[in-house]
Design a protein around this ligand. Sequence first.
Ligand code: FAD
Length: 443
Amino acid sequence: KKVLIVGGVAGGASAAARLRRLDEEAHIVMFERDPYISFANCGLPYYIGGSIQDRSKLLVQTPEAMHKRFNIDVRIQSEVVSIDPVNKKVRVESIEKGSYEESYDALILSPGAKPIRPNLPGIESSKIHMLRNIPDTDKIKTKVAAEGTRSAVVIGGGFIGVEMAENLREAGLEVSLIEAGPQILAPFDTEMSSILAKELDEHGVNLIFSDMVQGFAEVGEQIEVQLASGTVLQSDMVLLAIGVSPDTSFLKDSGLEFGPRGHILVNERMETNLDQVYAVGDAVEVVDFVNGTKTAIPLAGPANKQGRIAADNISGLGTTYKGSQGTSIIKVFGVTGASTGNNEKTLQRLGLPYHVIYVHPSSHATYYPGATPISMKLIFDPKGTVLGAQAVGYSGVDKRIDDIATVIRFRGTVTDLTELELSYAPPYSSAKDPVNMAGFAAE
Ligand code: FAD
């Protein structure tokens, strides 16, 4: 069996490794447009900021290692420019081999999502950067390290924008962050996100809310960012991070079905509408695990899981992807924010009934040194089924949200939260863990 994979990072590399484990004989070819495969996208901001010092640590797998370990035929700098589902072939443009066709028995598409580049005056400036891959990272790192780079404007208060604001600050720059909406980090509701915004502010990030970028202009060695309010910011570089869109333009004449925002439509086996064509990762539409509506959640965990499921189905295992709940976490200087499931904004938009409680427990027993408060918000439906949770604090935020994420996966209730028996000794928690406390408050 010959399986072609488009995209060699999260979804693509997971699919390749899983396929090999399931089928020793398959001929697996993985195409990647860029010079690198299987790199740590999520680590890129921390390399720019300096917490990750060794660039080679970002390269999780090399084509050679992937070939040696899994016998995968990895072809880098090879872009799949079109697919022909009738004759089961793809066309490849390779820097080394030129243009050629390759046939398949099964095809997995994991092309990911690309940063949105708005059509604004001055957008062509080389002082405007976007962050998706290693070549972008190298450019930004060089600019940050250059003599004379003192300031940056980050546009967009999503995960990448906020992580970059922190890391550019860590790298010693003056940083402004512009967010078009009234809050940063959309997975959180406003009151939770404002705790994270305060942390940015206290670390010297100049936050500008509810203002839109209208254009850019190069002024000498600097770049000017013009806002709708009339404010003009001048800085040495701009990091544009206003969201991503599926990287699927090469598929437009393929007969594939797409969702309203250009995501590839798949069923729960990750099959598209085309015979033996699977799609996974940031490029696909998924089901919201909590409310059952269609959504798109560009996160690494879902992409990896979906890659594995596509491989399972090609090998006849029949596993299914049951939806994404958007569990996510972010470090903002000394504070951690994490969330899972639906927030109030989503439930209101869908007109679904819910209740909310807040608790402010300590991360561990207060008589043991170092306990810090956690602000937790729990959202549940009138029958008590947990719909979502958000937490912000200094430590122990991750495990509390992960506990609740697990309960949501099993369609658990606030009573289940009270009944969870969680690990406890004074340095780690309290006999009534914060997750139990949230359940008690909700019952
Ligand atoms: P990608 O990993 O983007 O891989 C797609 C690959 O396909 C790309 O390398 C692309 O070059 C290649 N490609 C596209 N089209 C073609 C073509 N036609 N031919 C050949 N190759 C092609 N997620 C988290 O959960 N937590 C985090 O902390 C986190 N941090 C992030 C930080 C940054 C800076 C970025 C950019 C992303 C981060 N993400 C994070 C998101 C996460 O990286 C993605 O959700 C995940 O990588 C998606 O996997 P994918 O396989 O769909 O796409």
